[in-house]
Design a protein around this ligand. Sequence first.
Ligand SMILES: Cc1cc2nc3c(=O)[nH]c(=O)nc-3n(C[C@H](O)[C@H](O)[C@H](O)COP(=O)(O)O)c2cc1C
Length: 198
Amino acid sequence: MRATRQHASTSEATMNVLIIYATIEGQTRKIGDHLKATLEGEGHRVSAIDATVSQDVPAADTFDAVIVAAPVHAGTFPSTLRRIIKGAAKTLMARPGAFISVSLSAISDDPSELDEIGDMVEAFSNETGWWPVSIHHAAGALKYTEYDFFRRWMLKRISAKEGGPTDTSRDYEFTAWPKLDAFAIEFVEQAPVLAGKI
Ligand SMILES: Cc1cc2nc3c(=O)[nH]c(=O)nc-3n(C[C@H](O)[C@H](O)[C@H](O)COP(=O)(O)O)c2cc1C
């Protein structure tokens, strides 16, 4: 049986966390599933919605905090996710929210690459009306062996621009799982404090 964590203060209470994500190549689903397991391991209750499968967001009184995760594809986030967040923005804004962008730009040493992702998140918020209180830029994956010819060519170019690998004979995963976990755990633990400011 898993040991129960001792909670030192109310900000470490068990939380109901809603995760909403969209994926095109599968890495953000892996991130959503991973975060669900991590937060459950911390004693929280977690439900996850894959926006590419369902567009139903539960009422605000069923969750205490929301984490939205989305990959960057050709300079923007998937339209399925933009639609679900826009439709539920009022509900989601009733609770503290965190946004996790998933991209190749996150592997770059050039800070302007992350600034670009920051601009995309801002455009996403302007479009949807949902503003996260916390943002994390996670590195995604390169699945060269699964792409068709055009995607492989395109991703090789993007990867070269970010200083990433261009050997297309194998796949690469760049997601820094411990950093991602630390971000999510800290956000959820601070959510009760943040909720008081909404
Ligand atoms: C067709 C395509 C376009 C992409 N465009 C970008 C891009 O413009 N900027 C970027 O930083 N990463 C880009 N990426 C990298 C993805 O963000 C990365 O592979 C991520 O892990 C994909 O997440 P997913 O598997 O959940 O779809 C692109 C990937 C693909 C396949």
